[in-house]
Structure formats: structure tokens, C-alpha cells
Design a protein around this ligand. Structure first.
Ligand SMILES: Nc1ncnc2c1ncn2[C@@H]1O[C@H](COP(=O)(O)OP(=O)(O)OP(=O)(O)O)[C@@H](O)[C@H]1O
Ligand SMILES: [Mg+2]
Length: 270
């Protein structure tokens, strides 16, 4: 069965695209068939996965009905991607068809069975694009930035989730809150964990045990068309993301065995 997961938070810069790209890459590394869907007009997911941006059709053309989803999907070394571009920013005013909340769900139905996972990246907003992602998904992952974690905005997010559940998709769950840009050395961290628990409780969910540590490799990887999982596989954030991939992949797609060298490096140099 295909699992469709949306990475969401209406706050900008918390690590949505980084997380979505890491999931696409990490799940592909384990042999899963993965499609990454970029629903953000900023178009960063394709870039983070090494796609040549600006060539070919996008999710905008697919939602508009001027191109089939099969024709717009591009393959990368790390999985397939349905890219986006700035045209998608017109969605709110342009897509006024009846049942416009189901546009993505309907388009995905043509290709869903070809994938084990569909990972959707969303814009920093709660708008028609986010709602389309929630309607098509079974689960949400909500990354939050450790140092500025707060309850501000959580009520809005909760209301959007509830509206989607009540009106369009009763199966929608929040899989977990993902703490990102974590610095275990700061004394703040205990408060952060408590706040994250409060956020999770409000969303009827939990906090992922693994936290993503801050690391320069995460920010540098996209410039090399990679995620940190392949750019610096032995780094702390890469190991953290692999734990999140473990949680998502479950026993269906176990982690490939580490070599002795990898084990040695991650044990002594992190
Ligand atoms: N764990 C981390 N360590 C260091 N830098 C990180 C980490 N996670 C994300 N970043 C950096 O923070 C910035 C924002 O991350 P990202 O683009 O993933 O956030 P976003 O939520 O998708 O942003 P937007 O809301 O604009 O779409 C990027 O430059 C990214 O490389
Ligand atoms: Mg983003």
C-alpha cells in the first residue's frame, strides 16, 4: 500500500524541504519506490534532490490539466520528483474548480500504485495547496526549529487539520513533531522538549525520539544537488535523519547494513 506523507508547518525555514528531501532520499536508499511532490512555488524540493530546475513541466501544469502527471514526473538518483515552480503561487486565485481540494489527490491516483511512498513538501502557509496535500495524505510530519519552538501558530495548524478531517479526509493523522536544528549542548533543551510535547499533545500526536542536530552539511548539501544523507552520510544530522527514515519505513524497508568503517566513524567522530 502506498503511504502518502506531507511535511508541513506554516512557519518558514523550519526544515520542511530538508526533511522531505531526506525522506525521499533515505527511503529510496532502502529500495522503496518513492515520489517526492513539490507543492511549494519556491520549487526547492527538486533543487535539493539535484533536479535541473526550469526544464520540463511542473505540478502547476498537472493541476491545471495541461500536462499528465506521468509527463511531469522526473527521475533523479534519489527517487522521482514532481517539481514545482513560481507559477504555482497563482493557485489560490486560479484554481477555482469545484472540489478544488481534491485536485492533487485525483492526479496522484494515476501513479499512486507505482510507489511505496509519496512525500509532499508544502509552502510555509495554510492555503489551498496545503489543503490539497492534507487531503491526499494519510499522515503529516511537522518539523519545528528547536531554538524558536513555540505554541504560536499551532492552533491555526490544528484547525486546518481538523477542517480537512471533518470535511475531506477522516484518515488524516499527525505522525509526529520533528525537532530540527537541535543543539544538545544548550541548557534550553529541556524546555524545548517540554514545549514540543505540548505542541504534540495539542495535535494529538507525539514527538519523534530522534532530533535533527544542526550541522553545516545540511545547508551545504543542496548546492551539490544532494541531501545530507549522501553528502555527509557520517555526520550527526545524517544519522538523525536515518532514524526518522527508520520510523517512517518500518520493517518493510530496513536500513542497509553499515560497513565497519561507517560504524567506526559515526561512533567516534560525532
Ligand atoms: N539541521 C539543520 N542544520 C543546519 N541547517 C539546516 C538544518 N535544517 C535546515 N537547515 C537549513 O535551514 C534553511 C531552511 O530549511 P528548509 O528550506 O528545509 O526549510 P523550509 O521549512 O522548507 O523553508 P520554507 O518555509 O521557506 O519552505 C535551509 O538553508 C536549510 O539548509
Ligand atoms: Mg521549503
Amino acid at each position: 500500500m502506498t503511504q502518502i506523507i506531507t511535511v508541513t508547518n506554516q512557519k518558514g525555514g523550519v526544515g520542511k524541504t530538508t526533511t522531505a528531501a531526506a525522506l525521499v532520499c533515505g527511503l529510496s536508499q532502502r529500495g522503496a519506490r518513492v515520489l517526492g511532490v513539490d507543492l511549494d512555488p519556491q520549487g526547492n524540493l527538486g533543487f535539493n534532490l539535484g533536479l535541473d530546475i526550469g526544464s520540463g513541466s511542473t505540478v502547476y501544469d498537472v493541476l491545471k490539466g495541461t500536462c499528465t502527471i506521468e509527463d511531469a514526473i522526473q527521475s533523479t538518483e534519489y527517487g522521482d520528483v514532481l517539481p514545482s515552480d513560481i507559477m504555482l503561487s497563482a493557485a489560490e486565485v486560479e484554481f477555482t474548480v469545484p472540489r478544488r481540494e481534491f485536485m492533487l489527490d485525483q492526479q496522484l491516483s494515476a501513479v499512486r500504485s507505482r510507489y511505496d511512498f509519496v512525500i509532499i513538501d508544502t509552502p510555509p502557509a495554510l492555503n489551498i495547496l496545503t489543503v490539497n496535500a492534507y487531503v491526499a495524505s494519510s499522515g503529516l510530519i511537522v518539523p519545528m526549529e528547536a531554538e524558536v519552538l513555540s505554541l504560536v501558530g499551532v492552533t491555526q495548524l490544528q484547525e486546518t487539520i481538523e477542517t480537512v478531517r471533518d470535511s475531506f479526509n477522516p484518515h488524516l493523522k499527525v505522525i509526529g513533531i520533528l525537532i530540527n536544528k537541535y543543539n544538545g549542548r544548550l541548557t534550553l533543551s529541556k524546555d524545548i522538549l517540554e514545549l514540543a510535547q505540548d505542541v504534540a499533545e495539542q495535535l494529538g500526536s507525539r514527538v519523534f525520539q530522534a532530533k535533527i542536530h544542526r550541522g553545516v552539511g545540511v545547508a551545504m548539501a543542496p548546492a551539490h544537488g544532494q541531501t545530507v544523507l549522501t553528502y555527509q552520510p557520517d555526520s550527526r544530522p545524517a544519522q538523525d535523519f536515518q532514524e526518522i527514515v527508520d520510523a517512517v519505513a518500518g520493517e518493510r524497508f530496513p536500513r542497509p547494513k553499515q560497513t565497519f568503517r561507517q560504524k567506526y566513524i559515526s561512533k567516534f567522530f560525532n
